[in-house]
Design a protein around this ligand. Structure first.
Ligand SMILES: Cc1cc2nc3c(=O)[nH]c(=O)nc-3n(C[C@H](O)[C@H](O)[C@H](O)COP(=O)(O)OP(=O)(O)OC[C@H]3O[C@@H](n4cnc5c(N)ncnc54)[C@H](O)[C@@H]3O)c2cc1C
Ligand code: SF4
Ligand code: SF4
Length: 395
């Protein structure tokens, strides 16, 4: 809770936007976040406004604040469907600017800054469509993009947005609301990174692409609810979307920028969007694109064929295959270690931005190899984050 001029600035979670992913509850160091079947909420008696939970939240729902005279109780928050308005009519005098709030949070955060967008990123649109007013898109195509013989079933979906204004930037995600189950008490929502650039999968048409991995039933749980719904859609089907989400994992628009992109599996989706933007609009650089792409085999790599056809003057691709019979076992961290000198040379340049996207587990192994190969990595990591040059999205 941040106090200003006698009023209180209460930290809350927007129930309309929150996807109930539990990340904030796992992140909060002092257990200020709790949930019931409906909502995730912040306990005003515990929250110290440290800001640790803000960066990891994939939707931005956690970055919600209200000016109050008496804090909203947990019991009240657990029943909300919408955030209430500020309760004090004179709240204007107490509302701090974003910069002031950020400064307060950083002090409270003891110097560890939260991620910020690249300085030259375009300004993103956020929450244009909400759970209560989703937009309806039409499936224009749904193709498997991994080898039909591989165990990994990844689909490329093209969605037509009709006449809806739904502007997306490279790196942003959208929420998918599947048709509700008859006994559901509230809608299910999952996030998917958009894999087409800002001008869409097909420029001149109002559309976007998603890259979705079918989560199979591996015997330990149920098959993935929304990924199977998406992978089974056929041309002409209609689908409800919310968002867009994400205001920091964005691409710099300065043509001098270098992008180091590190991913596994569907973590490649935002990098397809960024690479496609460069291919269409900045084909001859001068910025460099360096991609580290990890998978077990070539047949499991989404977009393997089109990726291999990209001009090497546009993008430097380091494939890291861990179970391919004709190449040595390599994970993304091995690729990074092998190219540490190139990575260091790029990081030394202010125009370089590093992105990491994919399964949660890769984050610690990538950080491990960067610590080992790049001098003074922990200090550099904090600096890169502060400068909007390091972006991590794992799920
Ligand atoms: C910011 C963000 C961006 C994302 N972008 C993408 C994207 O571009 N493409 C994409 O495919 N997904 C993406 N995801 C993940 C996506 O939101 C879903 O979590 C995923 O599709 C599984 O949802 P589901 O409803 O199919 O599975 P659920 O019904 O939620 O899960 C069913 C079972 O599968 C397990 N499970 C869930 N996910 C996985 C998994 N990935 N691998 C193995 N087991 C799993 C669960 O523990 C459970 O037992 C993203 C997530 C976030 C937060
Ligand atoms: S979407 Fe954000 S606020 Fe909601 S549970 Fe996930 S991390 Fe928490
Ligand atoms: S701001 Fe800090 S204390 Fe408050 S909920 Fe977030 S992580 Fe917890």
């Amino acid at each position: 809770m941040i106090t200003t001029t006698g009023l209180l600035r209460q930290h809350l979670i927007d129930p309309e936007v929150c996807i109930r992913c539990n990340t904030c509850e796992e992140t909060c160091p002092i257990n200020a976040i709790t949930h019931n079947d409906d909502n995730y909420v912040v306990d005003p008696d515990i929250c110290a406004s440290c800001g640790d939970c803000l960066g990891p939240c994939p939707t931005g729902a956690i970055d919600s604040w209200r000016i109050v005279t008496t804090p909203h109780s947990i019991a009240d928050q657990l029943t909300w469907e919408l955030l209430p308005e500020d309760t004090d009519e004179n709240h204007e005098s107490a509302v701090q600017t974003d910069d002031e709030v950020q400064a307060l949070l950083e002090v409270a955060h003891q110097g560890a800054p939260r991620a910020v967008a690249p300085k030259t990123a375009s300004v993103p649109h956020l929450n244009v469509a909400t759970r209560h007013s989703p937009i309806i898109a039409t499936v224009m195509g749904n193709y498997r993009i991994t080898d039909p013989h591989s165990d990994s079933d990844v689909h490329h979906l093209v969605l037509d947005l009709g006449s809806h204004a739904f502007p997306i930037l490279e790196g942003q995600s959208v929420g998918v609301l599947p048709p509700p189950a008859p006994d559901a008490t509230r809608p299910v929502l999952r996030l998917y990174s958009v894999s087409s650039p800002r001008d869409g999968e097909r420029p001149g048409h109002n559309n976007l692409a998603l890259t979705v991995k079918r989560v199979m039933d591996d015997g330990s749980g149920a098959p993935g609810l929304v990924s199977n719904y998406l992978c089974d859609l056929v041309k002409g089907d209609q689908i409800a979307l919310v968002g867009p989400f994400g205001d920091t994992f964005l691409m710099p628009t300065d043509p001098m920028s270098n992008l180091i992109m590190i991913c596994t599996g569907t973590g490649s989706a935002p990098f397809r969007a960024m690479t496609e933007f460069h291919r269409r609009h900045l084909p001859s650089g001068p910025g460099k694109l360096l991609l580290f792409f990890g998978a077990r085999t070539r047949s499991e790599l989404p977009y393997f064929g089109p990726l291999m056809k990209l001009d090497r003057a546009l993008i430097d691709i380091e494939l890291c295959l861990s179970r391919e019979h004709d190449v040595p076992v390599r994970h993304v961290q091995d690729g990074l270690r092998d190219r540490a000198a190139d990575v260091l040379e790029l990081i030394e340049q202010d125009a370089t931005h590093i992105y990491l996207c994919g399964v949660k587990g890769m984050e610690s192994s990538v950080r491990g190899v960067l610590t080992e190969s790049i001098p003074d990595w922990p200090t550099r990591e904090a600096q890169l984050l502060r400068e909007g040059r390091l972006h991590i999205e794992t799920y």
